[in-house]
Design a protein around this ligand. Structure first.
Ligand code: ATP
Ligand code: MG
Length: 579
C-alpha cells in the first residue's frame, strides 16, 4: 500500500446519492471524469476483472465464443435497421475527417448480424453464439449514481443465431441458465421479470433485476409467481357495462375545480351521491403530453385515465418509444386554443374531434363506464358521460401507474411493488435484424432461409456498483470473496523490527500459497488506526493483523463482514484462511 495508486477519502463526494457511488469513490475504486464518465483505478479494475471472469466462465460454459468489435462504427448498418434515426438524441454521433457519419456503439446487433453473414452460409454452421465484453456509449438523459448509469459503460453482449424458432428457444434457455449462474455467483438477490407486455410484439424478453431500494426500475410480483417490469404489466380489463339505464350526460357548473381533489370536493357538495361519496376514480382525467419522434417532428397525445391514477412516465415512454415524451406546457396550450386547461374533456379530443389530438384511453375506461370529466369550458364538468355511448377514442394505452393491490394479469393474485437495478436482459429478437441486413443461410433442402436471433446483455461495470449497493456496511465496502480485489488485507501494526519482519514473512507465506494480498506496509506517519479504517473502507473480506502478538507467534485474523476476530498461531494461519 505504500506504492498503491490510492487515496482514500473521509468525505462522500458531493454529487453522490447512493451508497455504491459514495463508497467506490471514497475507497478509491473509480474517479469521475465527466457526468456519467469514470476512470477505473487499480482497485476498481481488479473487481471489474473478477466480474468479467465470472461472466466469461459462464458464457464459455454454454459454448459462446468471445470476439470483440470496435466501438466506433459506421452509419450504414444502423441506417439499414432503422436505428440511426430511432436512437434520436440517446447516442453519440461523430464524423470522420471525410465527413462520414459514425456512431459510438450503444449495442451491436447490426454488426454481429453482418459478421455472421460475412462468414457463414449454411444451416450446418448453426447454432452459433458469440459474445463480447466491450465498452458501450449512450448519451443517457439522466446519468446517475456513478457507474450504475454511465454514458460510457462496459457491457457483455451476446448474440445467438439459429435456423428456426425451436433453436432460438433453446439458445435463449441456455443463456437464461447461464445468467442464473452468473447472478448467483455475483451474490445478488435478484428477480427475473417479464420485460415486455405480450400486447406489444410478443417476442420473449426477460430482465434480471437486482432487488435494491435505490434501483430505478419498479417491478411487480404476485404471491402466485407473476413477476414483471412495471412497463410490461398489462391491465386487467373489466367487463363492459350495459348502459341502457344510464341517464343522459349533463354539463354542470363546477367553478374553481381545476384539480381532481377540488372537483371531488365540489361534487360532494353540489351533486351528492345517494349511495356513497364521490371518489377520484369516478372522474376521467385527460392528460396531455408532446411526443417527439426520432426525426424531430412533434405531435400532441391525450391520455384519458381514472382520476385516482397518474400517468407513469416509464410506462408511457415504453409504449411510445422510439418517440420521446415532452411536457405539454403553457406554450402548447396557447397553440391549441380548443383546450381549456383544467377542464379538458373527451369532446375536444380524438383525431375526429375538434382539436384533432390523438386520444388514447386507459383500458379501465370500458364501454358503459360512466364518468365525470371536463366539459371543455372554464369551470364546467360533464356528469354521467358514458364511454362508448357519449365518446370514443382512438384506442387504448398502457400508461397508467400500476399500484400495489392491482390484480396480476395472469390471475395469480394482487401485485406488490418493489425496486430493482436492471443487471441483465435477454431477448428473443427473432428475424428483425436478419431481415433488415439480409442474413440468410441454406437449409437442408438447399433453400435460403432467414436466420433467427437472440440478444443478451449484462451490465458489467454496473455490476460492480450493484454489488457494492448490497456489499457494504457503515464502515465501508464488504466484498464477496469471488469479487474482492484481494483475498487478504494484511496490516502491519507496529514499527517494531520483529513485527515488521514478521509481517514481511507472513506476506511471503500468503503470496507463496497463491493468495492475492494487499499489504499495508505503510510506516512512518500512518497509524494502525488509519490502517484499520482504510481496510474497513476498502472491504477485502479477510484482514490479517501482524502486531505485538507476533513475538508469541500469533497473528490476528478478522472477518470484515462480521467483525469477528481471532488470534491464530502462525502455523495455523493458512488453514484458517482456507476455512
Ligand atoms: P436501462 O433500462 O437501465 O437503461 P437498458 O434496458 O437500456 O437499461 P439494455 O439495452 O438492455 O439496457 O442493455 C443491457 C444491459 O446493459 C442492461 O441490462 C444493464 O445492465 C446495462 N446497461 C444499460 N445501460 C447502462 C448504463 N447507462 N450504464 C451502465 N450499464 C448499463
Ligand atoms: Mg434492457
Amino acid at each position: 500500500m505504500s506504492r498503491l495508486f490510492l487515496r482514500t477519502l473521509r468525505d462522500d463526494p458531493a454529487d453522490a446519492e447512493v451508497p455504491s457511488h459514495k463508497l467506490l469513490v471514497r475507497a478509491g475504486y473509480v474517479r469521475r471524469v465527466a457526468p456519467g464518465i469514470y476512470s477505473w483505478l487499480p482497485l476498481g479494475l481488479k473487481v471489474l476483472a473478477k466480474v468479467e471472469k465470472v461472466i466469461r466462465e459462464e458464457m464459455e460454459s454454454i459454448g459462446s465464443q468471445e470476439v470483440r468489435f470496435p466501438a466506433l462504427l459506421p452509419r450504414e448498418p444502423y441506417e439499414a435497421s432503422g436505428r440511426w434515426t430511432e436512437y434520436g438524441p440517446n447516442v453519440f454521433r461523430v464524423k470522420d475527417r471525410k465527413g462520414n457519419d459514425m456512431m459510438l456503439g450503444p449495442t451491436h446487433e447490426e454488426f454481429f448480424t453482418l459478421l455472421v453473414k460475412d462468414l457463414y452460409s449454411s444451416y450446418k454452421d448453426l447454432p452459433l453464439s458469440l459474445y463480447q465484453i466491450q465498452t458501450k456509449y449512450r448519451d443517457e438523459a439522466r446519468p446517475r449514481a456513478g457507474i450504475l448509469r454511465g454514458r460510457e459503460f462496459i457491457m457483455k453482449d451476446s448474440y445467438s443465431f439459429d435456423i428456426d424458432d425451436a433453436g432460438l428457444e433453446a439458445s435463449y434457455q441456455a443463456h437464461r441458465e447461464a445468467y442464473v449462474r452468473i447472478f448467483d455467483r455475483l451474490g445478488f438477490e435478484y428477480v427475473i421479470v417479464r420485460a415486455q407486455s405480450g400486447a406489444m410484439g410478443g417476442s420473449a424478453s426477460e430482465e434480471f433485476l437486482a432487488v435494491s431500494e435505490t434501483g430505478e426500475d419498479t417491478f411487480v410480483r404476485s404471491a402466485g409467481g407473476y413477476a414483471a417490469n412495471v412497463e410490461a404489466v398489462t391491465t386487467v380489463v373489466p367487463d363492459a357495462i350495459p348502459y341502457g339505464e344510464a341517464p343522459a350526460s349533463h354539463a354542470e357548473q363546477t367553478p374553481d375545480t381545476p384539480t381532481i381533489d377540488s372537483l371531488v370536493a365540489h361534487l360532494d357538495e353540489a351533486f351528492p351521491r345517494a349511495d356513497r361519496p364521490w371518489h377520484a376514480a369516478d372522474t376521467l382525467k385527460n392528460v396531455l403530453v408532446m411526443l417527439r419522434n426520432p426525426d424531430g417532428t412533434r405531435e400532441p397525445l391525450a391520455i384519458g385515465l381514472p382520476g385516482d391514477r397518474e400517468v407513469d412516465a416509464k410506462r408511457l415512454e415504453a409504449v411510445v418509444s422510439p418517440a420521446e415524451v415532452e411536457p405539454f406546457d403553457d406554450k402548447e396550450f396557447a397553440a391549441h386554443p380548443g383546450l381549456v386547461k383544467g377542464y379538458i374533456g373527451p369532446g375536444a379530443l380524438g383525431t375526429e374531434g375538434e382539436t384533432g389530438i390523438r386520444y388514447l384511453l386507459d383500458p379501465r375506461v370500458v364501454d358503459g363506464s360512466r364518468w365525470v370529466t371536463g366539459a371543455n369550458e372554464q369551470g364546467s364538468h360533464v356528469l354521467d358521460l358514458v364511454a362508448g355511448r357519449d365518446f370514443t377514442a382512438d384506442g387504448t394505452i398502457e400508461a397508467a401507474e400500476v399500484r400495489a393491490g392491482d390484480p396480476a394479469p395472469d390471475g395469480s393474485g394482487p401485485l406488490e411493488l418493489a425496486r430493482g437495478i436492471e443487471m441483465g436482459h435477454i431477448f428473443q429478437l427473432g428475424r428483425k435484424y436478419a431481415d433488415a441486413l439480409d442474413l440468410k443461410v441454406l437449409d437442408q433442402n438447399g433453400k435460403l432461409v432467414t436466420v433467427t436471433m437472440g440478444s443478451y446483455g449484462v451490465g458489467v461495470s454496473r455490476a460492480v456498483a450493484a454489488v457494492a449497493e448490497y456489499a457494504h456496511d457503515d464502515l465501508g465496502l464488504v466484498w464477496p470473496k469471488e469479487l474482492s480485489p484481494f483475498d487478504v488485507h494484511l496490516i502491519v501494526a507496529g514499527k517494531d523490527e520483529t513485527v515488521v519482519a514478521g509481517a514481511e514473512q507472513v506476506y511471503d507465506e500468503l503470496i507463496g500459497a497463491g493468495l492475492e494480498v494487499l499489504y499495508d506496509d505503510r510506516l512512518g506517519k500512518v497509524s494502525p488506526g488509519v490502517k484499520f479504517k482504510d481496510a474497513e473502507l476498502i472491504g477485502v473480506p479477510t484482514i490479517v493483523v501482524v502486531g505485538k502478538g507476533f513475538v508469541d507467534g500469533v497473528v490476528e485474523v478478522k472477518d470484515r463482514a462480521s467483525g469477528e476476530r481471532q488470534d491464530v498461531p502462525l502455523a495455523d494461519l493458512l488453514a484458517t484462511l482456507r476455512d
